[in-house]
Design a binder for this molecule. Structure first.
Ligand SMILES: [Zn+2]
Length: 496
């Protein structure tokens, strides 16, 4: 069985942003690799004993700098190459998620909402537990549909409590929190209010849509029932980083693009990826004159591929600076998809005028001060980062007083502390951050202190109770569940 098949069987290498947990199912050890792939990795890491592989062992050697190792790599067949590329790139993919959730303003919004959602669950669960008829069989993200279908109405106090929780639940749902759960068609309305003009972008016309009545985004061409979800921005950056790292290991030699194509096809087959997964890469490949990212992978140069990856990562980095709501009318400001569109439209305009920028950071700064930036309500990055700092202070105190469960409280406190330290560290440099866009794609080498390594590598293990709540929450919102299990879970986690 090949590594991708084995990974599918084991349930994948998965990052759970809420619990900060990476699940590798033993893939980080050698066990799953075929013998030739194991031999190669042992030589590449100069490691001959079995067991735990450290980050430095995994990443320290640049293969192309050791002709013996590169020659060994070339002797592997296509499937074995996929195995070793997967072995080095999959953890890097998840590490990128972990760092992005902990160092970006959108990550601040995500974790703060997760905390507020829990606080509101503490209150709302009381009403469900008091009247079991109201308990939905899972799919709480669609609770209102459930009430309508059952001809039920919430009593007034319960209804007020649901109102508080509803905001977080529907926002997460619109962001793509349900993973592969297909968005419900009737929740996607055409246009942004009255405005139905498509967004013209890099030779494409993208249709504006509004999800759950408030979240503005664009539909995916040829997939009318899908739209671009903010959580896809994290995927874009993780793919960009891991492929940049592969190119760095192989030094952009002749067959590197071919190897990348084979690696992506093995681990991220189009048929199993959600339809918005490749959108940003496709759009940027268009800018280079390719019909899409597949065409670039089929015939493009290493250089073109690198450029597209860097831009995809930079565009998503800009987008993930969408802060938590800064005021009552900050819907555009805190929408990462709107920021992404602003970045891509600015790029389109700069390409047409053949403008050159010193760096992606300089380009991002220029957008903030531009007419388009103002039109899309993008504040200066320094304003965003300072806002996040006070927002985190506020949530740190709120967590202390309102989260009753001590283990969850400790968990949220840890996250807010890491984010607070990161926002403080970043405030003088704005968009510039070596952690965010390392040229070789590997943020591991940008960690500066032991404290930062402790905060941003996977050293922390949340308690079983914390993981239990997040697993239950995910099922409750996006899966069909037995009502008895819902009651049990709410009793267990929300009534301490
Ligand atoms: Zn991912």
């Amino acid at each position: 069985m090949s590594l991708p098949e084995l990974i599918a069987e084991y349930g994948g290498v998965v990052y759970r942003p809420r619990s900060l947990r990476l699940e590798t199912h033993g893939i980080s050890e050698f066990g799953l690799l075929s013998k030739p792939a194991q031999f190669f990795m042992r030589e590449a890491m100069d490691k001959y004993e079995t067991g735990y592989v450290s980050y430095s062992e995994l990443y320290e050697t640049r293969w192309c700098e050791k002709p013996r190792i590169l020659a060994h790599y070339e002797r592997l067949d296509a499937e074995q190459k996929n195995e070793v590329l997967g072995f080095v790139a999959l953890t890097l993919h998840e590490l990128t998620h972990h760092i992005d959730f902990l160092t970006t303003p959108f990550g601040v919004n995500f974790h703060a909402k997760t905390c507020r959602e829990y606080i509101n669950f503490q209150a709302f669960s009381q009403f469900l537990l008091a009247d079991h008829k109201l308990v939905p069989a899972g799919f709480l993200a669609y609770f209102e549909d459930y009430l309508i279908q059952g001809g039920m109405a919430l009593p007034e106090t319960a209804s007020r409590s649901w109102e508080h929780l509803r905001g977080q639940v529907l926002t997460f749902e619109a962001w793509g929190d349900g993973g592969m759960v297909r968005p419900r068609k009737k929740r996607i309305q055409p246009g942004w209010g009255e405005n139905r003009n498509p967004v013209q972008l890099l030779g494409n016309a993208l249709h504006k849509v509004t999800v759950n009545g408030f979240f503005l985004t664009v539909g995916i061409p040829h997939h009318l029932d899908w739209y671009l979800r903010p959580l896809t921005l994290f995927e874009t950056r993780a793919i960009a980083n891991s492929v940049l790292w592969i190119l760095y290991l192989l030094d952009q030699k002749g067959s590197a693009v071919e190897d990348v194509r084979s690696f992506l096809r093995a681990f991220y087959p189009k048929e199993t990826c959600p339809p918005d997964y490749w959108l940003i890469f496709d759009l940027l490949a268009n800018l280079w004159g390719y019909a899409g990212f597949d065409e670039l992978l089929a015939g493009g140069s290493c250089n073109a591929l690198r450029q597209v990856l860097m831009l995809a990562s930079g565009a998503s980095w800009y987008a993930l600076h969408a802060p938590p709501p800064m005021g009552p009318d900050s819907g555009l400001t805190s929408n990462p998809v709107v920021r992404l569109l602003c970045f891509l439209q600015s790029l389109n305009a700069a390409a047409k005028q053949k403008l050159k920028f010193e760096s992606l950071v300089a380009f991002a700064d220029q957008i903030d001060g531009s007419d388009l930036g103002r039109q899309y309500d993008c504040p200066r990055v320094s304003e965003i980062l300072s806002f996040c700092i006070s927002f985190l202070s506020h949530h740190t105190s709120m967590n202390k007083t309102a989260v009753r469960d001590t283990e969850l409280q400790r968990h949220f406190a840890r996250i807010f502390k890491i984010q607070f330290d990161q926002m403080k560290k970043r405030i003088t440099d704005g968009y510039a951050s070596i952690l965010s866009m390392p040229e070789h794609g590997n943020p591991y080498f940008a960690l500066e202190t032991d404290k930062e390594a402790d905060q941003l590598l996977f050293e922390y293990k949340p308690s079983a109770r914390v993981e239990g709540w997040f697993a239950f929450r995910q099922n409750l919102l996006y899966k069909n569940m037995d009502c008895a299990k819902v009651i049990l879970g709410l009793n267990e986690y929300c009534c301490s």
